[in-house]
Design a binder for this molecule. Structure first.
Ligand code: NI
Length: 181
């Protein structure tokens, strides 16, 4: 079990496009994924992308059981998604406040598709496909953005709807537990 340091906004590695995984079920890949879950759990994250711990590979993990940061959200099964592709199911977006473990202590308003289908591979290289909506759809879009070097701060609906969580809470712009990662 290894909790890795999470790269923060400003580290150029967060802006790189990550490489597809070609070799599945290797010790290196298994270690990376186990570190990602450990690191995500240590920070009460809902998801994490490999580039956030300095691995330039197209791997994301998401899911949680009970999470103090998302007290009003239903549990999401722990999922490993490798070389993911997202298809939009409904051409409809919704604004909500997001956070990111690479941008600690801050939140911003971001517009995301409300219903998606995602495909990819599990750790053994078996294909997987599923549909997601609402909060989960948002988490998956946020994590997959990391694989293309995109941080949510590049997708703000309004540059003024961005700030420190504490100030947004104090001023009543957000309620508790409105965030993504
Ligand atoms: Ni993030």
């Amino acid at each position: 079990m290894t909790i890795q340091r999470i790269l923060r906004l400003g580290d150029p590695r967060l802006l790189q496009v990550a490489h597809p995984v070609h070799d599945f079920n290797t010790p290196e890949l298994n270690t990376l994924i186990s570190d990602m879950f450990d690191t995500m759990a240590a920070q009460d994250g809902a998801g994490l992308a490999a580039p956030q711990i300095g691995a330039p590979l197209r791997v994301v993990v998401f899911g949680f059981d009970v999470n103090p940061r998302y007290a009003d959200k239903a549990a999401i099964p722990e999922t490993i998604l490798i070389n993911p592709k997202i298809t939009v199911l409904q051409n409809h977006k919704e604004d909500d406040w997001e956070g990111c473990l690479s941008v600690p202590g801050m939140r911003g308003l971001v517009s995301r598709y409300t219903a998606i289908r995602y495909t990819g591979f599990d750790v053994t290289g078996s294909p997987l496909a599923a549909e997601a909506e609402g909060f989960l759809a948002r988490v998956i879009q946020h994590e997959c953005d990391h694989l293309d070097g995109i941080i949510y701060t590049q997708r703000l609906t309004d540059p003024q709807k961005f700030g420190f969580t504490e100030e947004l809470l104090n001023s009543g712009q957000i309620r508790k537990a409105e965030c993504t990662e």
